[in-house]
Design a protein around this ligand. Structure first.
Ligand SMILES: [Fe+2]
Ligand SMILES: [Fe+2]
Length: 420
């Protein structure tokens, strides 16, 4: 190569130009080879987050994400709209259970009634698949309230009147999530006992398994079965309050015209005196929520686990009486709460006391059912048909319509409206 007849100036010029190109070509090959030896070209591979779950953000302009991975790293969430990246946010990460790492991040500045997509990443190079997330409208929206999915690796209550395809608790939960999704809700509120043992990651795998939960946020309450650190790894809670001891999971979020406050009543207090510090934490949480969103909400909803107005056997337990004696319901009156949503007793019950609706929810998976004690307290409506259930709240400004369903039928077992 590069051998030319040299007969005159034209040929000499041609020879010089051609050799220049050859030198450039040689330089390119050397550069490429040396780069291959030193720095391999980074190739994007799809990142697969484990147990990815969403929680409402502090307002509808935000959404919180949490997932697991088996590699230490950062946490990123990337939001796109019509295929264009609109934001990338960095979050936090740390060691979770058995060689796993938790990751948390928050998407911000979202506009209402808008279809977005999101991906998550541990390194901002390798991203997960994209999942849809649609923000709610501001005037009307829907949420589902559920209680005690209490995911267990095993079968539903043997006395059930409805069974999932393989009789498992996990598929009972999956069916409920499918029914809720068909009702077109914006988020799910859970009154606690998300899992049964609290320390078994397999239960959390089944909890987050329904694919719909990658697009619908779920706001959990801490139940007595959730009293394990794993709970804190799996949920990215908005406005979480810091209290001593184990009283995590007190938090709040403004969802359009409703202020939601989650309180942790999972502890087994042993006396009224024992319950008093918890009442102080709840008071402080309600006070902080009101201070932050004062004048911005029309309705106030408290979600917690151990119902104070239930009708089955848990309602007679002493710890609940201690919370009551220490002032739990007085606190609901002080802050003029509209709805107090709870679970723990795996039965549906509703009572209105002084303008406050106390609602106890049946299990959302069918793990077990407790029968209502007869006679029912005055003005209480209750149902126990041994079928998993969910409740749909339709919010339209000054009006909230509540419909309570069982998974196997379209006609509600209870329905009422509240106007304000
Ligand atoms: Fe439970
Ligand atoms: Fe419970």
């Amino acid at each position: 190569m590069g051998v030319f007849y040299c007969s005159g100036n034209q040929h000499l010029l041609y020879y010089i130009i051609m050799n220049k190109y050859l030198l450039l070509l040689l330089a390119f090959f050397i550069a490429t080879c040396s780069n291959n030896n030193k720095e391999p070209v980074i190739k994007e591979i799809e990142f697969v987050p484990e147990m990815l779950g969403l929680t409402p953000g502090s307002t509808i302009a935000e959404v919180n994400f949490a997932w697991y991975s088996d590699r230490a790293g950062n946490s990123f969430v990337r939001i796109t709209k019509n295929g264009t990246i609109v934001s990338t946010e960095k979050g936090t990460s740390g060691a979770a259970s058995e060689g796993k790492y938790f990751h948390k991040a928050t998407a911000k500045n979202l506009k209402p009634n808008t279809e977005y997509a999101y991906s998550v990443s541990n390194d901002s190079i390798n991203w997960s698949a994209e999942y849809k997330y649609k923000t709610p409208q501001t005037k009307t929206f829907k949420f589902a309230a559920i209680g005690d999915p209490q995911i267990k690796i095993g079968e539903q209550d043997i006395e059930s009147n409805w069974f999932s395809p393989d009789k498992s608790v996990a598929l009972g939960w999956k069916t409920t999530v499918e029914r809720i999704t068909a009702a077109n809700v914006d988020f799910i509120l859970s009154t606690g006992d998300q899992v049964d043992s609290g320390s078994n990651e397999e239960e959390y795998e089944k909890l987050f398994a329904p694919s719909e939960l990658k697009s619908i946020p779920m706001a959990p309450s801490v139940g007595n079965h959730d009293r394990h650190q794993i709970f804190q790894y799996h949920f990215n809670l908005p406005n979480e309050q810091n209290f001593p001891e184990e009283n995590y999971g007190n938090y709040f979020y403004l969802y359009n015209n409703i202020l939601f406050v989650a309180l942790n009543t999972s502890a087994y207090v042993e006396s009224t005196e024992d319950a008093k510090p918890y009442i102080e934490y709840f008071d402080a949480t309600l006070s902080a929520a009101d201070a932050m969103y004062s004048g911005k909400y029309k309705w106030l909803i408290v979600q917690h686990h151990k119902s104070t107005r239930s009708v089955a056997w848990h309602s007679a337990e002493k710890d609940i009486q201690y919370y009551m004696d220490a002032g739990f319901e007085k606190l609901m009156e002080k802050y003029k709460v509209d709805f107090v949503l709870a679970g723990h007793d795996h039965v549906y019950a509703r009572i209105n006391l002084g303008g406050i609706y106390y609602i106890t929810l049946n299990t959302a998976s069918g793990i077990k059912y407790y029968g209502a004690n007869e006679p029912l307290p005055a003005n209480t409506y209750a149902q126990q048909n041994r079928i998993p259930g969910y409740t749909i709240f339709e919010v339209n400004g000054n009006n909230i319509s509540v419909s309570v369903y069982e998974v196997d039928k379209d006609v509600p077992i209870d329905k009422f409206e509240v106007e304000k």
